[in-house]
Design a protein around this ligand. Structure first.
Ligand code: HEC
Length: 106
């Protein structure tokens, strides 16, 4: 095999490995929903604005967040979101517990 071909094969294999790696950046998250019920405007929207909006400009209003709530919940719990970013336990609890409480517009 020619050297260049060999190099191409190696680079291609490396790219495949990187592409297949799960993009999860956080360990899975177990919510703790004890305590006061969460408010959308006070506890939830600010989390989307400070943590998620750099990548998800669509999560900007109640109706858009509400529509995607089940995907949002599972992505937080499985640890795949927030990708390449961090959120505090409080912030993650605020979002997940608000969804579990019926995702009210409060
Ligand atoms: C650094 C960029 C980045 C940040 C910050 C981020 N995401 Fe994502 N998110 C992505 C990318 C890229 C995808 C698509 C790739 C994938 O599905 O993993 C995605 C996909 C998703 C999806 C599945 C697709 C969809 O729109 O239904 C959800 C839900 C989601 N993100 C929720 C969140 C939430 C909630 C936060 C904040 C707590 C967040 N993300 C923060 C980059 C980000």
């Amino acid at each position: 095999m020619r050297r260049k071909t060999m190099l191409a094969v190696i680079l291609f294999s490396a790219a495949l490995i990187v592409a297949c790696k799960k993009s999860s950046t956080n360990p899975s998250f177990t919510p703790d929903c004890t305590g006061a019920a969460k408010s959308f405007s006070r506890d939830v929207l600010p989390v989307f604005q400070s943590v998620c909006s750099t990548c998800h400009s669509n999560f900007s209003s109640y109706s858009k967040i509400y529509a995607d709530r089940s995907a949002i919940r599972s992505r937080i719990v499985d640890g795949s979101m927030p990708q390449n970013s961090s959120a505090s336990t409080t912030q993650l609890n605020n979002v997940v517990c608000w969804i579990d409480n019926g995702a009210p517009n409060n």
